[in-house]
Design a protein around this ligand. Structure first.
Ligand SMILES: [Zn+2]
Length: 319
């Protein structure tokens, strides 16, 4: 992954690629921006640039330096994660300071990634400042933080600041397509829009959302055959969380209903909820259930009120 594969943020990419091609790459960089905007991804690209052994077009992605970096095993890349307790303390910064004066093992530059520095204490920042004021040759520091204003002015003034913003939903959706090849363009666009283009948030939502939706779909199917009506009402009420979530649950329910139809025809099924449904409902009732779910999916595409929809859906599933 090089700078071109980084989504959006054209200005930052342009400035960084200019710096990478010049002879005076900054020795201290601050990457700031909201969570999920790609600060760590960019920091790792810069780390690969520092250890790449190619003559030009760094990071090349295939030299020994890049390969080791990609496998997180490069001796000249030191990562300190501020989220872990006991890191970025004054002692750890002092250790880092003495280490920084040792020549790189094998790379042209040695690089320190100081990640999530939001809570870095001023005393530790002052210790870091000492080294930023008199930087050893061939050492690069990359600091990531949600806002550069959380760092001391003296640290900021010694560093070059690159601010990341969420990309436009279209750009974000294109990137998400490479992570979720099975999702439709519409699903990815709505996930990107829902997360305001923030890639990290969209990925988290898509991952957790689909697992949660699948689990809820299976529970709803089981509850249809359950005599206690209250149970189904509680489960369907969770559909009012969001239109995307409800649509996801309905899509899984359509798959589940198909599984029930196949199971009622005597085909084997892995789905426990389908086995229970086939035992308790007649094939005719199962067909009707599948039709109802399909109709509900169409209703959801209209501008229906979600609270009304979830109550109505509970009623028609029971019918
Ligand atoms: Zn390389």
């Amino acid at each position: 992954m090089d700078l071109n594969s980084f989504v959006g943020n054209e200005t930052v990419r342009f400035e960084l690629s200019q710096a990478m091609q010049s002879d005076n790459f900054p020795h201290a960089l601050i990457i700031d921006g909201a969570a999920g905007t790609g600060k760590k991804t960019l920091a790792r690209i810069i780390a690969r640039y520092c250890v790449c052994l190619a003559e030009e077009h760094k990071p090349c992605g295939h030299c020994a330096g890049c390969i080791k970096a990609l496998h997180h095993s490069h001796p000249d890349i030191c990562i300190v994660d501020g989220k872990a307790s006991g890191t970025l303390t004054i002692d750890s910064v002092r250790r880092l300071r003495s280490d920084a004066y040792i020549m790189p093992h094998e790379a042209p530059k040695k690089v320190y990634l100081l990640l999530d520095c939001d809570k870095m204490q001023p005393v530790a920042q002052n210790a870091l400042l000492k080294i930023l004021e008199e930087p050893p040759k061939n050492v690069v520091f990359v600091i990531t933080v949600t806002s550069a204003n959380l760092l001391l002015l003296t640290v900021r003034s010694r560093s070059r600041i690159y601010t990341l913003y969420p990309p436009a939903p279209g750009q974000a959706a294109d990137y998400l397509a490479s992570v979720f090849p099975d999702k439709t363009k519409d699903e990815l666009l709505s996930a990107a829009a829902l997360a305001d283009g923030n890639i990290g948030t969209a990925i988290r939502n898509l991952e957790s959302g689909s697992e949660e939706a699948k689990a809820l779909a299976d529970e709803i199917l089981l509850a249809v055959t359950d005599k206690r009506e209250y149970n189904l009402l509680v489960l369907t009420s969770r559909l009012s969380a969001s239109r995307e979530f409800a649509a996801g649950v309905l899509d899984f329910l359509i798959e589940d209903a198909g599984e029930c139809i196949r199971a009622s025809a005597g085909l084997p099924t892995e789905l426990q909820a389908a086995r229970v449904t086939v035992e308790k409902l007649s094939p005719k009732r199962i067909y009707r259930l599948a039709e109802t779910i399909g109709r509900a999916r169409d209703v959801l595409k209209t501008n229906v009120n979600l609270n009304f929809f979830s109550t109505w859906f509970c009623a028609v599933l029971r019918a």
